[in-house]
Write a protein that binds this ligand. Structure first.
Ligand code: UD1
Ligand code: MG
Length: 433
């Protein structure tokens, strides 16, 4: 790949009003900067992220996911602005694509038209009825003449509807030649990358505008923009999975993490939430169920179930108000109102309503093992660590504190006592008729 990529992420992100750096705000489960780097990686083996504000924090977050990205700290005190951000970067290739770290919807496909265009500078533009806030692009005979920032626009220029989307493809020599010539003589006293265009044009270089799809190049500047971007990201994620065989009822009420994976024939009912790196295979997730980092195969879950991280659920039925955490269930029925945590439950076992694994003693977490064909009566507490062998029956209302051997019945409740006619005696004393 003969293309270097520079990702601008040094800005302060003031409008987010947040301690978290703007580019680390998550969208559909991942920091927005991850999406930009992901797109860049399909195009280039030479990616440099430009940092300044909270540089260390952003670098740590990027390194946690991408091992082969370079970082450069902008000399922001002396050279603020998008032009300052690109100064003194060593790039491997002769073409340099400049992306913004706050454009999470950008994809390698949406960048393709820019990359395929041959000119000294290729720049992304789109037309807006309300262009306010963007740099206006002056185009004559198919060539860009200048980009004028909103704050520097004349009244006439403000009317221009073609705006700078903020992504550029430069020939490296163009950057080398014009970056040292930039000045900060403008309304924001910043070094504008966009000023290169005017200088290059005056020297007769070719600057081509490429109209891009506005959605993919949307910048996130506020939490309102963040919410809009997430909405668009959700549409994309859902469209992708629907095209891959996932049925969704009322998809606008469903939330799916960008890292989730579906295989085979799956159905998601309304209100389902899938967080993290869930893998769902051939399963039906019913209304208002929340799944997080779990592996669900050939099963039905919900409505209103919660399947938490580390759970593996195979060939099972999980019903309403059942919470499963870090447990492996294989051909199990847990139809109602249960907590199954740190448990392994084997084939043919039925978990009665209200069964609770008491996995935490206030100090540590303990495991529960339940074998094959176990019938657990309703309202049973299994105090872990505990092992229930195969073919066991546990009577309803039992508190199990000791292991149970294969084939046994366990019952731990006070025997029922009958006092005949007690009702009439009790109330006749009290009732004043
Ligand atoms: C910029 C463009 C404008 C375009 C708009 C599109 C300039 C001068 N203007 O304006 O023409 O319409 O993008 O969204 O380029 N950054 C740094 N270092 C800095 C300043 C910014 O790395 O010193 C980074 C920011 O983190 C951000 C990107 O550059 O990722 C864009 O900066 P921003 O201040 O948002 O530029 P705009 O004013 O929106
Ligand atoms: Mg700005």
């Amino acid at each position: 790949m003969s293309l270097s990529v520079i990702v601008l992420a040094a800005g302060q992100g003031t409008r987010m009003k947040s301690d978290l750096p703007k580019v680390l705000h998550p969208i559909s489960g991942q920091p927005m900067l991850y999406y930009v780097i992901e797109a860049a990686k399909t195009l280039s083996d030479d990616i440099t992220v430009i940092l300044f504000h909270q540089a260390k924090r952003i670098e740590t977050a990027v390194r946690a996911r991408f091992s082969d990205v370079k970082f450069k700290i902008q000399d922001h005190a002396r050279y603020p602005g998008t032009g300052g951000a690109v100064m003194n970067i060593e790039t491997m290739h002769n073409k340099v694509l400049v992306l913004n770290g706050d454009m999470p919807l950008v994809t390698s496909e949406s960048l393709e038209p820019l990359i395929l265009c041959d000119a000294d500078i290729v720049m992304s533009v789109f037309d807006l009825d309300n262009p306010s806030g963007y740099g206006r692009v002056v185009i004559e005979n198919g060539e860009v003449m200048a980009i004028v920032e909103e704050k520097d626009c004349t009244k006439e220029q403000k009317k221009i509807k073609t705006v700078n989307a903020g992504v550029y493809l430069f020939k490296k020599e163009v950057l080398d030649r014009y970056l040292p010539l930039l000045s900060n003589d403008n309304a924001q006293a910043e070094y504008y990358l966009t000023d290169i265009v005017k200088m290059a044009r005056e020297d007769g270089l070719h600057i081509k505008p490429v109209w891009v799809d506005e959605t993919s190049f949307k910048g996130v500047n506020s939490r309102y923009d963040l919410a809009n971007a997430e909405e668009l990201m959700q549409d994309r994620i859902k469209e992708k999975w629907m095209r891959n065989g996932v049925t969704m009822h009322l998809p606008s009420t469903i939330y799916i993490d960008s890292r989730a994976v579906f295989e085979g024939d799956c159905t998601l009912d309304n209100g389902v939430t899938i967080h993290g790196e869930a893998i769902i295979t051939h399963s039906h997730i019913r209304s208002h169920t929340v799944v997080e980092d779990a592996d669900i195969k050939n099963s039905t879950c919900g409505p209103m179930a919660r399947i938490r991280p580390g759970s593996i659920i195979e060939d099972s039925h999980i019903g309403n108000f059942v919470e499963v955490k870090k447990s492996h269930l294989k051909r199990v029925k847990a139809g109602h109102l249960s907590y199954l945590g740190d448990a392994t439950i084997d084939e043919g076992t039925n978990i009665g309503a209200g069964t609770i694994t008491c996995n935490y003693d206030g100090i540590g977490k303990h495991k529960t093992f339940i074998g094959k064909n176990v019938f657990i009566g309703s309202d049973t507490q299994l105090v872990a660590p505990v092992k229930i062998e195969d073919d066991v029956i546990i009577a309803a209302g039992s508190t199990v504190t000791e292991d149970i051997q294969k084939g046994s019945l366990a019952i731990s409740r006070t025997p029922q006592k009958i006092v005949e006619n007690f009702f009439y005696k009790y109330f006749s004393k009290k009732s004043v008729k």
